[in-house]
Design a protein around this ligand. Structure first.
Ligand SMILES: *Cc1c(COP(=O)(O)O)cnc(C)c1O
Length: 377
C-alpha cells in the first residue's frame, strides 16, 4: 500500500506535520483496471474523493470524464483539461444559479431526483440531458448513503416524463449502491429497477439511453476486497440479465476505488497514556484525527491500516484519538486497535488507504491545526 516511491518521498523530504502523499502511478493503474473491467462503460471520476489538480490532470489525459457536485468542481475539471461534454453535474441538490453557471460553461448532463429539481434545470439549462437518481438500499456498503439522494423507481417515471414535457432530454437513470460496497452483486437490484423505468417510459414513447451505475468500488483497508475485474463480470452479467441484448450506454463513477489505495498519511504519535492504573487499553493520540481528514472513522465505519516501525513488537489494543479539544475526535474506541506496546511519543505512523475522502474532509483550522497537507508524486 505504501509504495516505495511514497516511502522514499517521506524518508528524503521529511515533510513536517501530518500529510497525505499520493502516488499517481497507482491512480493510473486503477484507471486502467476499471477500463479493462468495464470496457463498454465511460468512467466519470467522482471529483470529491480527491480533487488534487495533478490527479485530475492525469485522469483527463487518460480519457476520464468527471462527476462534479458543484460549479467549483466543474471548473477544476475544466482546468485539468476536460471538455464540458465529459462533465456531469451529478449532485441532485443544486442552486438554480449554479445550474445556469454550469450550462454557461457548456455542461449539459444533470442529475435530478424530483420534479422540483427538473423545473430548475428546465429554466436554467434549457434542452439539457437529465438522468433521474433512484434510491438503493445500500446493503453491503461500509459507508452507506442513506435516503438523502434518489427517489423510488416509480417516481422516477414521473420525474423523467416531466423533464421531457419541459423540453429537456430524459436521458436515463442513475443510482449509487453505497460507498465501499464489498458485494459485487449489489448492482443487480438497482439495474433491475433501472430496466423497469426504461420499460415503463418506452410505453410512454420516451426512449432512455443511459444508465449511470455510480461509484461504490472499494479500497482495500484491513480486509481483502474483490478485484475490479470481479465487479466488471458481475455488473456485466446483471446488465445482460435485465436489458437482454439492448444494453444501454453506461457510466461508472468511481471515487474511492480510483484514489483510495494511492495515498498514505504520515502522522506522529503525540501522547500515549492510560486513564487509570488498571486501564486495559492505552490511549494513543496522533497529530491527525477526525477533523484533520479522518472523518470516515465516524462510527468507526472505515478502519484504516496503520503501520509503524515497531510492528514486530508485541501488539495490544489501544484507543486511538486525534489531537483536537473536541471529545468526538476519537477514531477507534468501540473496537480498540492493536498497536505495538513499544509505541512511544514522537514515533511516526503511516495510515494507509487514505487517498480518498481525507483532504476534502479536513477542517480549515479547527483548534488552529492547519488543513491536511497533500503531496502528489
Ligand atoms: C461520491 C459519489 C461517487 C463516488 O462514490 P465512491 O463510493 O467513492 O466510488 C459517485 N457518484 C456520486 C453521485 C457520488 O456522489
Amino acid at each position: 500500500m505504501a509504495t516505495q516511491r511514497i516511502l522514499d518521498f517521506i524518508a528524503t523530504r521529511r515533510p513536517a506535520g501530518p500529510c497525505l502523499v499520493v502516488d499517481l502511478d497507482i491512480v493510473e493503474d486503477n484507471f486502467r483496471a476499471f477500463r479493462k473491467a468495464l470496457p463498454d462503460s465511460s468512467i466519470f471520476y467522482a471529483v470529491k474523493a480527491n480533487p488534487a489538480p495533478e490527479i485530475l490532470r492525469l485522469l483527463a489525459s487518460l480519457g476520464s470524464s468527471f462527476d462534479c457536485a458543484s460549479v467549483a468542481e466543474i471548473e477544476m475539471a475544466l482546468d485539468a483539461g476536460a471538455t464540458p461534454n465529459r462533465i456531469s453535474f451529478g449532485n441532485t441538490i443544486k442552486k438554480e444559479r449554479d445550474v445556469a453557471a454550469a450550462h454557461a460553461l457548456g455542461v449539459s448532463l444533470f442529475a435530478v431526483d424530483c420534479v422540483e429539481e427538473v423545473e430548475k434545470v428546465a429554466r436554467a439549462a434549457p434542452g439539457a440531458r437529465v438522468f433521474c437518481r433512484v434510491l438503493t438500499d445500500g446493503e453491503g456498503a461500509e459507508w452507506p448513503l442513506s435516503r438523502k439522494f434518489g427517489c423510488v423507481p416509480a417516481m422516477a417515471i414521473d420525474v423523467l416524463t416531466h423533464a421531457r414535457d419541459l423540453g429537456l432530454v430524459a436521458t436515463g437513470v442513475s443510482f449509487h449502491v453505497g460507498s465501499q460496497q464489498c458485494d459485487t452483486e449489489a448492482w443487480d437490484k438497482a439495474l433491475a429497477d433501472a430496466a423497469m423505468v426504461f420499460g415503463q417510459l418506452a410505453e410512454r414513447g420516451i426512449v432512455l439511453t443511459l444508465v449511470n451505475m455510480g461509484g461504490g468500488f472499494p479500497t482495500r483497508y484491513l480486509k481483502d476486497v474483490p478485484s475490479a475485474q470481479a465487479y466488471g463480470r458481475s455488473i456485466f452479467a446483471a446488465l445482460r440479465r435485465h436489458f437482454g441484448n439492448k444494453i444501454p450506454e453506461t457510466i461508472i463513477e468511481p471515487g474511492r476505488g480510483m484514489v483510495g489505495d494511492a495515498g498514505v498519511i504520515k502522522a506522529e504519535v503525540v501522547l500515549v497514556s492510560k486513564k487509570s492504573v488498571e486501564d486495559k487499553n492505552r490511549w494513543v493520540y496522533l497529530d491527525i484525527g477526525k477533523f484533520g481528514g479522518l472523518a470516515e472513522t465516524m462510527d468507526e465505519a472505515i478502519r484504516y491500516p496503520i503501520v509503524t516501525a515497531r510492528d514486530h513488537d508485541r501488539m495490544e489494543p489501544c484507543v486511538i484519538a486525534g489531537p483536537t479539544c473536541d471529545s468526538a475526535d476519537v477514531l477507534y474506541e468501540k473496537t480498540p486497535y492493536p498497536l505495538p506496546i513499544s509505541l512511544t511519543v514522537g514515533d511516526e505512523v503511516l495510515i494507509e488507504g487514505t487517498g480518498a475522502y481525507t483532504t476534502t474532509y479536513s477542517a480549515v483550522a479547527f483548534n488552529g491545526f492547519e488543513p491536511l497537507r497533500s503531496y502528489v508524486i
